[in-house]
Design a protein around this ligand. Structure first.
Ligand SMILES: Cc1ncc(COP(=O)(O)O)c(C=O)c1O
Length: 403
């Protein structure tokens, strides 16, 4: 799929008008372009990572909304750092989970964790600075760091997650990054989780070599089995943690937060003033109403994790039965599963045939940084029903060159 390229120059009357260098270098996300095709009638989309709409807490939001909307304070401009009661709730939960004294001032509310990545990149990265990411990597992170002018260095991911030993070798050989971006649990796109041993080594490396870890954890609450992984905040101070309600409540609310050292939060606050002044006060209060009804919220988390686990099981079973020779790692949470075909496969080409057969996926090349990822593809089990997942795999099996 060719990314959309904006026109570089237009005319304002007689004067030429040119886009900024940053915009000229930016490319539209391949996933966005592809989703347009995936929305065609009859296509089963295993492509986008959209949360299941039937899990959105519409009734609970409708119940809480009238009181929130009738209070004029919730319709007024708000603090750039975010609404105090929401930051208090987050700080308290964070302190309990991570056994650290997190204060509301250590929390910055943002309009989605994507905004956190964009703001962190804007305040930390100068053009030419090095940012370490994994390969394959979440497109939104690649985009945010590249837009800030970063040189990306790609470290592989395997079934034990981010290959921190490979990073250690590169650091010993002289690599000096400013940021290392990591999704410790249920990585997008591979679904892999990084072992605690590797995360501890990453924390040690950050302290030794002086780089900032950006820990992005949007899928942590979607755990189907195994023990939760402690936040990297418990391992080093050189970390900014990004969390969101997009996968647990609803992405349309655009509420997320960052927890990190004061020097970075201070800079982010100034940048956010220019970006959007503050995150919507209305949706922050809606989020708080749901999060702080702890009995409801914990039951909701169990319900959504069970829902996605059933879909993971349906997809994994269909793959084992219908495409038994294509290896994959069974994710223990999150929304994604990564398929690896023989090295000469080309999932970009496969996609056109798959769309004709009525199924969509995201080719591995969409998540590539340096290397050719076109022998791989990402499947999302978040939105389709178990029956659709099985039918989607049957359609995929009919068009792929199976080994
Ligand atoms: C790894 C990762 N980080 C961040 C985001 C963006 O989340 P948000 O909706 O909070 O901006 C996503 C969304 O898919 C994601 O997969």
């Amino acid at each position: 799929m060719d990314p959309v390229t904006p026109p570089v120059t237009t005319r304002f009357g007689s004067r030429p008008m040119t886009l900024s260098l940053t915009s000229r270098n930016a490319r539209s996300s391949a996933i966005r372009d592809l989703l347009a095709h995936a929305r065609r009638d009859g296509v089963i989309s295993l492509a986008g990572g959209l949360p299941a709409p039937e899990l959105f807490p519409s009734d609970k939001l409708a119940e809480c909304a009238p009181a929130i909307l009738c209070d004029p304070a919730n319709l007024q401009y708000g603090l750039t750092e975010g609404e105090v009661p929401l930051r208090e709730w987050i700080a308290e939960r964070h302190s309990i989970a991570d056994h650290r004294g997190t204060r509301p001032d250590d929390v910055q509310i943002v309009s989605g964790s994507q905004q956190a990545l964009d703001l962190i990149a804007a305040v930390v990265i100068d053009p030419g600075d090095t940012v370490v990411v994994s390969e394959p990597e979440y497109l939104g992170a690649i985009g945010a760091f590249r837009r800030a002018g970063a040189d990306l260095v790609a470290i592989p991911v395997d079934s034990a997650g981010f290959d921190v030993e490979a990073l250690a070798q590169r650091l010993r050989a002289g690599l000096r990054p400013k940021i290392c971006y990591v999704i410790p649990e249920f990585h997008n796109p591979t679904g892999a989780s990084t072992t605690i041993k590797r995360l501890r080594l990453l924390a040690e490396l950050a302290d030794t070599y002086g780089f900032l870890i950006v820990e992005d954890s949007p899928y942590s609450a979607l755990r189907f089995e195994g023990d939760p992984v402690p936040s990297m905040c418990t391992m080093t101070d050189n970390v900014v943690q990004c969390r969101t309600i997009s996968k647990t409540l609803a992405p349309g609310l655009r509420v997320a937060w960052m927890i990190g050292p004061q020097w970075i939060l201070d800079a982010v606050r100034i940048a956010k003033q220019s970006a959007d002044l503050h995150t919507s006060t209305v949706t922050q209060h809606l989020a708080l109403a749901l999060l702080s009804d702890i009995t409801w919220y914990e039951a909701h988390l169990l319900r959504i994790a069970a829902h996605y686990r059933d879909r993971r099981d349906a997809l994994a079973t269909a793959l084992h039965e219908l495409m038994p020779n294509v290896p994959f790692h069974r994710p223990s949470g999150g929304m994604f599963l990564w398929l690896t075909f023989p090295a000469d496969a080309n999932t970009d080409l496969m996609l056109a045939r798959a769309l004709d057969a009525g199924v969509a996926f995201v080719p591995g090349s969409a998540f590539a940084v340096d290397n050719d990822m076109s022998a791989c593809l990402r499947l999302s089990y978040a939105t389709a029903s178990p029956d659709q997942l099985r039918e989607g795999v049957a359609r995929l099996a009919s068009v792929v060159d199976l080994p």
